[in-house]
Design a protein around this ligand. Structure first.
Ligand code: URA
Length: 440
């Protein structure tokens, strides 16, 4: 079977067999497919789509290109469950959720990514903590998961390496935004992590890859169908990303918000709290440690409120090379931007809309994200006290606080944030935080 014949079949809209897809995945990994063929395959899938059976085959083929972690040898006293988010602005949920889930008896080996485009990445947030090793060896990763209950690290070279090549090609050939390719890419890595179950947080709105509900539903339904057929029990929540999630955006600043959340300092942002607990409830129920997501949620809330989750976060940071007293003295171990400036409203009214994507781009422009894959990220910059949708504002009142490296950067970010926030005479109706739940 020649790769070009398989690509031709897909180009002409035919369903590929499992064997054909396995050959493509092998060829991506072993280099027998040229760069042009990988790109042509991705573009053919982009235009022609894939059936669920094809998506399952591609997922399995990408997984088979590397190792699959096996947790059975560790005789863990609880299920191995993870959560994955499709990405948003201000999405620091993983930092709180992994320790909450671990405090409830789950084991959470969370392999997370760097920031992509306007969305932040959990890896960049944790890299803001001095000493935290986001790339430990697999033995250390396993040890921390076993002893602490959770470990959040970066992608390793051994899990689904074919996906790395395919993703890099998609990135430069305008084929990232393909639901079959996204589903296979995400799930191949999650299956390779050897999980007993997965909860997907599919973000929907201006700050997300899926900006419409129908697109978010397509992605969530496909993730659930493909994962379950590939043998990974999976539930998806579609959650709102039509505004910044929480109050802070930017790597170190989001760690600060997560630590305050875990320690119960100040007021927890209600929408951040709602999505974190909803996901925790799903994880705990999926792992069989509660009879329903609602019962799981109650357990999660107890573990948060009595400080167990905060304690686990502190232990995870220390076990991965960060400071032993990070929870107590996080400020000492996180960078601080030299310029801190208020961004104020130019008119009075209500915050009626927020283009979360543009807010994310303002943070990238501050240096908090990457314009190019190999750019360095400034962990200290970003926004705090971002105003919520529906809030009443007066001319001159605070929309957010900008943390920047220079005055010029701060000025530019202030202009971008003002343009991203729409103020009108009346507030619009609230959109629920959890928009839909999709299970098999
Ligand atoms: N995240 C991934 O891992 N893969 C995609 O294709 C998109 C987001």
């Amino acid at each position: 079977m020649l790769p070009q014949e398989i690509i031709r079949n897909k180009r002409d809209g035919r369903e590929l067999s499992g064997e054909e897809i396995a050959l493509i995945a092998r060829g991506i990994h072993d280099g027998s497919l040229s760069e042009g063929q990988v790109a042509a395959f991705a573009m053919a899938v982009f235009f022609r789509g894939m059936t669920t059976a094809e998506r399952v085959a591609l997922t399995k083929g990408l997984t088979a290109s590397g190792i699959t972690l096996d947790w059975t040898g560790l005789a863990l006293p609880g299920p191995v469950i993870d959560k994955h988010s499709s990405g948003g602005v201000g999405d620091k949920v993983s930092l709180m959720l992994a320790p909450i889930a671990a405090a409830c008896g789950l084991f959470v080996p969370m392999i997370s990514g760097r920031g992509l485009g306007h969305t932040g990445g959990t890896l960049d947030k944790l890299s803001a903590i001095s000493g935290y090793d986001v790339r430990p060896d697999i033995a250390t990763f396993r040890k921390v998961v076993r002893e602490v209950g959770c470990a959040i690290i970066g992608q390793t070279d051994d899990l689904a390496p074919a996906d790395r090549r395919l993703y890099a090609t998609r990135d430069v050939t305008a084929t990232v935004e393909s639901i079959p390719l996204i589903v296979s890419s995400i799930l191949s890595k999650k299956i390779a992590a050897g999980l007993d179950g997965l909860v997907m947080d599919v973000k929907c709105g201006s700050g997300a890859f899926c900006d419409t509900e129908s697109m978010a539903r397509d992605l969530a339904e496909s993730l659930v169908a493909v994962a379950n057929q590939a043998g990974l029990p999976t539930v998806a929540l579609i959650s709102d990303m039509d505004r910044v999630l929480g109050r802070n955006v930017g790597n170190a600043l989001e760690v600060v918000e997560a630590v305050e959340y875990l320690k119960g300092e100040g007021t927890r942002d209600p929408r951040l709290h709602a999505v974190t607990l909803a996901l925790a409830g799903e994880m705990i129920a999926l792992g069989g440690l509660a009879p329903s997501p609602a019962a799981g949620r109650a357990r999660a809330e107890a573990a948060l409120n009595d400080g167990r989750a905060a304690d686990i976060f502190g232990r995870m940071v220390a076990a991965l090379g960060g400071p032993d007293d990070f929870l107590e003295r996080s400020n000492r171990y996180l960078g601080h931007a030299p310029v801190v400036r208020p961004c104020t409203a130019e008119r009075s009214g209500f915050v009626a809309g927020m283009n979360a994507r543009d807010v994310g781009i303002a943070v990238v422009a501050l240096g908090g994200g990457r314009a190019h894959a190999d750019d360095a990220v400034d962990p200290a910059v970003g926004l705090t006290e971002v105003v919520d949708l529906g809030a009443p504002v007066r001319a001159g009142s605070l929309l957010c606080v900008v943390h920047a490296a220079t005055d010029a950067d701060a000025e530019r970010a202030i202009a971008l944030v003002r343009a991203a926030i729409r103020i009108e005479d009346r507030a619009l109706p609230e959109r629920p935080m959890i928009m839909q739940r999709i299970a098999r």
